[in-house]
Ligand binder design. Structure first.
Ligand code: AMP
Length: 148
């Protein structure tokens, strides 16, 4: 039986596992839905953070949210893409974790979300923690224990 309480997995800092903000595709409040759809499509990601000009996390925007917001009664109103801003459609009820939190406190949230946004103490966006990164780390740890 392996012990995950070795300090190597559950106590690893979020900072060491996160994708830093400079490598995270994002949009800014004020950007059009058309721009957001372009970034989402080009990057291939399902959802990306929306930041304000001070790099504070405002919400998340995704392709399904965008499509839903331009859905008319009888047709998809593509002309709305240019007119509508991301802040009119984005999801603001998103899980946030602090840069100083531990991995164990983030695991429950990662069950329901493919990635979590990380903020510093003043709400500045620091990066994301993806379920993939955490599972990769766990997989490496398990393999290392199995070799022992
Ligand atoms: P992954 O586990 O790498 O498939 O990522 C899961 C989700 O996290 C993606 O669908 C995106 O919504 C988000 N994500 C991962 N990496 C990035 C990135 N570099 N920039 C923006 N979003 C990302």
């Amino acid at each position: 039986m392996i012990s995950l309480y070795s300090g190597e997995f559950l106590e690893v800092s979020i900072k060491d596992l996160m994708i830093p903000s400079e490598r995270v595709a994002h949009v800014q409040v004020g950007n059009s839905l058309e721009h957001a759809l372009l970034v989402l499509t080009k990057s291939g990601y399902t959802a990306i953070p929306v930041l304000d000009p001070h790099y504070r996390l405002m919400g998340l925007i995704s392709t399904p949210i965008i499509m839903d917001s331009i859905l008319g009664l009888e047709r998809i109103e593509f002309e709305q893409l240019e007119r509508k801003r991301v802040e009119e459609a984005m999801n603001t009820k998103i899980p946030r974790i602090n840069i100083h939190s531990t991995l164990i406190s983030s695991l429950d949230l990662l069950v329901d979300h493919p990635f979590l946004c990380i903020e510093d103490d003043s709400g500045i966006f620091e990066g994301i923690l993806t379920r993939r990164t955490v599972l990769l780390k766990l997989s490496k740890q398990v393999k290392r224990y199995n070799k022992k």
